[in-house]
Design a protein around this ligand. Structure first.
Ligand code: UDP
Length: 325
C-alpha cells in the first residue's frame, strides 16, 4: 500500500504543529504549509530532518499548488486569538474565505478528503447552553470578533456546498478553547496571559468580574478527536472540546495555585462581545467517533506550565496587551 500524503495548512501554528507530529506518527507523508504571519517555525523545526516531511512557505489565500497526489487535507490556517484578529482582520477574513475556497478546489482536483477547522465562535455569545451542533448561534457580524466568526461561518457554508455540488469528502470540526505546549505566550488568550503573568510576577488580568465561563480542552485530546473525525464518514459539523466548565475567576485562582505565585487577580474592563458562557455538548462526538477527552485540567495545566517555564526570559517578556473595543 502506498504511503498516504496529507497537506496541513497553518502547520507552524499551535494546533497545526501538533497535527504534523500526529500524522508523522501515523506513518503519513506530511506536507506542511504556513505563511508564518502568526505561526512559528520553531514549532515544527524538529520535523525538518525527516524524509517524510516537507514545508511550503505559502499563503493559502492565494492559489495553492502541491505536486503529486494527496489523500487528505487539514485546513488549520487562521489567526485564532482576539489579539491577532483585531490586528489583522482582513487576512483573518481572507484565509477562511478565499483560503477555504482554494483548499476545497485543491481537494476536488486531488480527490482528497478535507477537514476544515471551524470553531465554537460560530455560536457567538450563545443563547443555548451547552452548545449543540444544531444551535445556529448569536454572532455580531460588525463587532470585533465578526471578522473571525463570520469567516468561519462562511467556511462551513462553502464546505457544505463543495460536498453537495462537487461531492468532495468533507469534514467540519468545531473546536472549543484548547490549550497546551506551543501556544504563543503573547497571543492574548487567557491561559498564556495568566501563566505568563504568574511567571513574571505580575497580577493576573481578569476581564470583567470573571463570571464568564469557558471549557478548556488539552491539545492531545483535541488532536485525537480530529484524527477520528477525519477517518469517519460523517460530513456534518462535530463539536470537539472538553465539557468541564469553569469561570475565568476560578481559572485564575487555579493558575495562581499551580504556579505558587502570590500575586492577585485584578479586574479590567470586559472586551466587547466577549461570550458569557461556553461549553460544548459532545454527545455527537461520543456517539459517532467514540471520542471524549481523557486529560484532566490538572494534568494538562501542569504539562503546559512546565512548557512555559522552560521558555527563555526574552520569550517570557514579549508581551502584547489586548486593546479594549
Ligand atoms: N480573559 C481574561 N484575561 C486575559 C485574557 C482573557 O480574563 O488576560 C478572558 C476573556 O475576556 C474571555 C476568556 O478569558 O472571557 C477567554 O478568553 P480567550 O481570549 O482565551 O478566548 P475566547 O474569548 O475566544 O474564548
Amino acid at each position: 500500500m502506498s504511503q498516504k500524503r496529507i497537506l496541513i495548512t497553518g502547520a507552524a501554528g499551535f494546533l497545526g504543529s501538533h497535527l504534523c507530529d500526529r500524522f508523522i506518527k501515523e506513518g503519513m507523508h506530511v506536507i506542511a504549509m504556513d505563511n508564518l504571519i502568526t505561526g512559528d517555525l520553531k514549532n515544527i523545526e524538529h520535523l525538518f530532518k525527516l524524509e517524510h516531511f516537507e514545508f511550503y512557505h505559502h499563503d493559502v489565500s492565494k492559489f495553492i499548488h502541491v505536486p503529486g497526489h494527496l489523500d487528505y487535507i487539514l485546513h488549520f490556517a487562521s489567526p485564532a486569538s482576539p489579539i491577532d484578529y483585531l490586528k489583522i482582520p482582513i487576512q483573518t477574513l481572507k484565509v477562511s474565505s478565499l483560503g477555504t475556497h482554494n483548499v476545497l478546489g485543491l481537494a476536488r482536483v486531488k480527490k482528497a478528503r478535507v477537514l476544515v477547522a471551524s470553531t465554537s465562535e460560530v455560536y457567538g455569545d450563545p443563547h443555548v447552553h451547552p452548545q449543540t451542533e444544531e444551535y445556529w448561534g448569536n454572532v455580531n457580524p460588525v463587532g470585533p470578533r465578526g471578522c473571525y466568526d463570520e469567516a468561519k461561518r462562511f467556511m462551513e457554508a462553502i464546505t457544505m456546498a463543495y460536498h453537495e455540488v462537487h461531492h468532495v469528502e468533507t469534514r467540519i470540526i468545531r473546536i472549543f478553547n484548547t490549550y497546551g505546549p506551543r501556544m504563543r505566550l503573547n497571543d492574548g488568550r487567557v491561559l498564556p496571559a495568566f501563566i505568563g503573568q504568574a511567571l513574571r510576577g505580575e497580577d493576573l488580568t481578569m476581564f470583567g468580574d470573571g463570571s464568564q465561563t469557558r471549557s478548556f480542552c488539552y491539545v492531545a485530546d483535541l488532536v485525537d478527536g480530529i484524527y477520528r473525525l477525519l477517518m469517519s464518514d460523517y460530513h456534518l459539523p462535530v463539536n470537539i472540546g472538553n465539557p468541564s466548565e469553569i469561570t475565568i475567576k476560578e481559572f485564575g485562582e487555579e493558575i495562581l495555585k499551580l504556579t505558587g505565585a502570590n500575586q492577585k487577580l485584578i479586574s479590567l474592563p470586559l472586551p466587547k462581545d466577549d461570550p458569557k458562557q461556553r461549553r460544548p455538548d459532545i454527545s455527537k462526538a461520543k456517539e459517532i467517533l467514540g471520542w471524549e477527552p481523557k486529560v484532566s485540567r490538572a494534568e494538562g495545566l501542569k504539562i503546559t506550565f512546565d512548557y512555559f517555564k522552560s521558555l527563555s526570559k526574552d520569550d517570557l517578556n514579549k508581551v502584547e496587551h489586548r486593546k479594549f473595543a
